[in-house]
Design a protein around this ligand. Sequence first.
Ligand SMILES: [Fe+2]
Ligand SMILES: [Fe+2]
Length: 191
Amino acid sequence: MSRANKEARILSYLRSNLSPRRLLHSLHTAELCGNLANRFGLDPRKGYWIGLLHDAARELPPEELLQRTLSLGIQPDPLEQQNPVLLHGLVSAEIARSRFGIEESELLEAIRHHTLGKPKLHPYGKVLYVADSIEPSRTFVDEKFRSKILSLPLDEMLLEILEEEKKYRKNLAPITREMYDELRGGILERA
Ligand SMILES: [Fe+2]
Ligand SMILES: [Fe+2]
């Protein structure tokens, strides 16, 4: 499949499955994720694809997210059972694989874990997490904060975003907390 062809197929899928607002968010995430991938020595095209596809399943009804997860032989954990929307990363990764031929495990992992992150996240997962959080249509992100983040090395970027999330949420999810602790530990060690 040529690049233009693949992009046209993905866009047409997203247009039929996402609201205009979320489509715009996906396009902005793709653009920023591609740029960050390039900056951090990853393949910018792959960064672009994961940005474009990360929310492909975001507007599926909760029952369908649960049912699609079960049909992959995966048992949702209690947090996911209570909030099936958390499964949209996993289901989006499956759409990326089965419909659009994305096969590399680090790309599927990035899409799967873009909502809560995880420890030992591959750099593709990190650039996607950052791009998803601060792309330009995220209007709640302050311009100063965005440019500060964008001037940092990758792990520091992610850590700053998590620090900010910690201020606004009572608790980070356990898996996000593990990623936070790991990043902090790594950065302190290098300091
Ligand atoms: Fe998402
Ligand atoms: Fe998103």
